[in-house]
Design a protein around this ligand. Structure first.
Ligand SMILES: Cc1cc2nc3c(=O)[nH]c(=O)nc-3n(C[C@H](O)[C@H](O)[C@H](O)COP(=O)(O)OP(=O)(O)OC[C@H]3O[C@@H](n4cnc5c(N)ncnc54)[C@H](O)[C@@H]3O)c2cc1C
Length: 291
């Protein structure tokens, strides 16, 4: 399907990006990798008058360590995060999640900032950001830079805390402590499809092998990535055993009410949520033992 007409702008600096967003407000849309925006345009689910391409702004595609975090510039390609030794070493949960996004061609174009800003409830990166207490750095011409906790950022279906005149410039992922293991697991109809249900888990063990901290965030079962705090609480202080993980998986899948669609009924999604949590906890704990 042909795209609707729009004015395409490709500024060379962040200041220019921000002044275009300030000028056009809700009539402007940032384009990063285009892997979600272009389909939205084709389907007429987005009708911006102006599309602002941030791909030519220097310095937005860097991955670096800063102050206990791995900082992904907004234009960091998903493929770059997937293959980065820095990410593999310091944010293993993100490295685990990246290959589950679509297909290689999509990850070579799609960006970390784009998938976070797009906030699809079945997307992997927002769940990782929420599980790890990542921070999203946003800038606007009027108010400068602000940092938004992932817990505040994802507000609804394709809806975030970003204002119309703001752009994401960085996503900051905390570096995993020693004895921390992560696992992203999901079920999709075909490899590369969006997950029907999935989970980001991370487990940190203390020196006695007990679970010091645990994170569980589900995707595909709500209109936002869903943190399962009660299940996490059940895990803290426990020796990682099958019974403990069974109880946590039950708690993680309790009280869910996902909407049914052509990929699965509500009950099927709840069932899958329990299955992936159970599997992922096992793997995360195993990885924590050797981390
Ligand atoms: C066939 C197919 C399969 C896919 N499968 C998956 C999957 O399994 N899992 C998954 O997570 N994703 C999947 N995707 C989406 C992919 O990950 C996208 O790359 C991602 O969602 C958006 O990143 P982008 O850089 O392409 O953003 P764009 O498409 O350029 O933008 C998406 C939205 O975010 C906004 N935006 C982008 N960057 C910024 C910024 N810096 N500041 C403010 N707003 C911004 C745009 O205005 C737009 O509203 C799939 C896409 C396709 C086409």
């Amino acid at each position: 399907m042909k795209l609707p007409p729009f004015d395409y702008r490709a500024p060379r600096s962040m200041d220019e990006v921000l002044s275009l967003l300030a000028e056009h407000g809700g009539d402007a849309k940032v384009i990063a990798g285009g892997q979600s925006l272009v389909p939205l345009l084709a389907l007429r689910m987005a009708r911006p008058a102006v599309v602002v391409d941030i791909g030519r702004v220097p310095g937005l595609g860097e991955l670096e360590v800063d102050d206990g975090t791995v900082v992904a510039g907004a234009m960091t390609r998903e493929h770059a995060a997937e293959t980065s030794p820095l990410v593999r070493q310091h944010v293993p949960l993100l490295a685990d999640a990246m290959p589950l996004i679509g297909h290689p061609a999509i990850r070579c174009r799609g960006t970390v900032g784009g998938t976070i800003a797009h906030a699809d409830p079945a997307a992997e990166a927002p769940a990782v950001a929420l599980a790890l207490d990542a921070e999203i750095v946003a800038r606007s011409a009027a108010r400068g830079t602000r940092t938004i906790a992932a817990a505040e950022f994802f507000q609804g279906f394709l809806t975030t805390a970003l204002e119309e005149d703001e752009a994401v410039t960085q996503v900051r992922f905390p570096i995993a402590a020693p004895r921390t293991g992560g696992c992203f697991d999901e079920v999709a109809r075909r490899h590369g499809d969006f997950a029907i249900a999935g989970v980001a888990t991370q487990v940190r063990l203390d020196e006695h092998g007990r679970i010091e901290d645990a994170r569980i965030v589900l995707i595909g079962v709500s209109d936002v990535p869903l943190r399962r705090s009660k299940a996490e609480q059940l895990l803290r202080g426990q020796v990682p055993t099958a019974a403990v993980f069974d109880a946590a998986a039950d708690a993680a899948a309790a009280d869910l009410a996902p909407a049914p669609d052509l990929h699965g009924s509500s009950a099927y999604r709840v069932h899958l949520a329990r299955v992936v949590v159970r599997r992922a906890l096992d793997k995360a704990a195993q990885r924590a033992e050797t981390a």
